[in-house]
Design a protein around this ligand. Structure first.
Ligand code: HEM
Length: 456
């Protein structure tokens, strides 16, 4: 009997997981769309590691906890497919080999091809491509300037990913177009939160058109760059390599969507995480003073490089703790490919699943005093995140974030730069700022801060 099976399952294979209470017709849709993390946490506490919920016409089974996290990344890898849920996005985009929406050979080939481009090590010699865009933006800020946090962060991260991964300059308009396009596709096709009619709205249509042009330009500029610039291999070079080696995996639309992937994967998760960090620091002066002191101490000794980043232990703790309490990618949508038993229930082939990968982030037994925001959990001797498969801000299994190490470093860099150059205060009453799911969680668009330049 596997660790996933229990006596309850073998006694009665037909028992159904408990169903979350919901309203007639819509079921749990409102809670799920408005505050999914809170909804999943509450239901997990009530029902344990397996339960179901209904949202409109759909029923999903939630699997939660370290056992399922282990299973998904180990012997159970083949029991889950992304091809159905993410497949709705793939079909909507008419991109049959969209990496996140395919499994098996089509996924393994693309992952292997692109992995090196997303590794932290690949940035050792070109860290400046991440640092320069944020540094120049922050240096241009004047005392008293106010910004809306959402667009401000998305713009910076988009520019960084554009330059560091794609080798192109991305401006504010392109960032906005890009985010509108991406989030409309996700909300319409993948999540089903918005009606298909949204695809006819002028805002979406023009944003999608301009995004298409940008992606075309990315490809053309990469192909036409002068020989002197061709000394290092770019992300687009790898895609062109894929087109040559495996034309069966790269339609025109695939090339377009896969060239968009670093933006899709990175902008909202990193931007959202930093929006939570800024919100937290505005409420906790002691924490803020502590991290600012560390940043000043470390960056007075040396500029930002791989060594000094390693010495930013408090900033890294701040980032990791934020990813524990405000995980931006909190659940993985999958479909069962085979029958298996879990937590006393039988999961059947074809069941639509939501793997609540971060369920353990609030367990007292893994993270003592879990409601306390504590940046020291992730260092010797505590290393609370290393207790099995309990800490999972980057997902689990074959599709685990391909850029996890890079993303963590990227977030640390941005937080350190912000704290080094600028003081900031809330420019809107903080009680009016809420978490919004767009679909990834972000502090709401009314979150505004006012900057003062630091004398450094
Ligand atoms: C805080 C930052 C980030 C978080 C929390 C995050 C989280 C995740 C998670 C949970 C997945 C798995 C999705 C699934 O299994 O359904 C994923 C996949 C992915 N992420 Fe990230 N991510 C972050 C940043 C980035 C960045 C910066 C990039 C690229 C520049 C990136 C690129 C990708 C890609 C390409 C995939 C698909 C991998 C595959 O299908 O094999 N992510 N990410």
């Amino acid at each position: 009997m596997s660790a996933l099976e229990s006596s309850k399952a073998t006694e009665n294979n037909n028992n159904e997981p408990p169903l979350a209470k919901g309203l007639p017709i819509i079921g749990s849709a409102a809670s799920l769309f408005n505050s999914p993390v809170e909804f999943l946490r509450e239901q997990h506490k009530l029902h344990g590691p397996v339960f179901k919920f209904k949202a409109m016409h759909k029923t999903m089974t939630v699997l939660a906890g370290k056992e399922i996290n282990r299973f998904m990344a180990g012997e159970g890898r083949d029991y889950f497919t992304s091809e159905v849920t993410w497949g709705r996005l793939r079909d909507g985009l008419k991109s049959p080999h969209l990496m996140i929406a395919v499994d098996g050979d089509a996924h393994a080939y693309q992952r292997k091809l692109l992995k090196g481009q997303f590794s932290k090590a690949a940035f050792k010699e070109r860290l400046n491509l991440l640092v320069d865009p944020i540094e120049s933006t922050l240096q241009s800020i004047e005392d008293g300037d106010e910004v809306h946090v959402g667009p401000f962060l998305r713009n910076i991260v988009c520019r960084q990913i554009g330059l560091a991964v794609q080798g192109v300059e991305v401006n504010t308009q392109q960032t906005e177009d890009f985010m509108t396009t991406q989030n409309t596709y996700l909300n319409v096709f993948m999540i089903g939160k918005w009606p298909k009619l949204t695809l006819l709205s002028p805002k979406f249509v023009f944003s999608a058109l301009r995004t298409g042009k940008l992606l075309k330009k990315v490809r053309e500029e990469n192909t036409n760059r002068c020989p002197a610039d061709k000394t290092s291999v770019t992300y687009m070079d790898k895609i062109e390599q894929g087109v040559q080696e495996r034309p069966d995996l790269y339609t025109e639309n695939d090339v377009r969507t896969i060239s968009m992937l670093p933006f899709v994967g990175g902008v909202d998760p990193i931007g959202g995480t930093i929006s939570f960090i800024l919100y937290r620091l505005l409420q906790d002066d002691e924490l803020r003073q502590r991290v600012v002191e560390e940043v000043d101490r470390v960056l007075l000794e040396a500029p930002l490089n791989f060594d000094s980043i390693d010495r930013l232990v408090d900033v890294r703790g701040l980032v990791m703790e934020t990813m524990r309490v405000n995980p931006v990618a909190y659940a993985m949508a999958r479909t069962a490919t085979k029958e298996f038993d879990f937590g006393g229930y039988t999961i059947r082939k074809g069941d639509e699943l939501m793997v609540f990968t971060v369920a353990n982030h609030w367990e007292e037994s893994f993270f003592p005093n879990p409601e306390k925001f504590d940046i020291e959990r992730y260092r010797e001797p505590r290393n609370e995140h290393k207790n099995g498969a309990i800490y999972a801000p980057f997902g689990r299994g074959p599709h685990t974030c391909i850029a996890a190490g890079l993303a963590e470093m990227h977030t640390v860099i941005n937080v350190a730069m912000l704290l080094r150059y600028l003081d900031f205060e809330a420019a809107v009453p903080l009680e009016k700022v809420k978490i919004k799911y767009i679909p990834a969680p972000f502090m709401s668009e009314n979150f505004k801060i006012r900057f003062t330049r630091r004398k450094i």
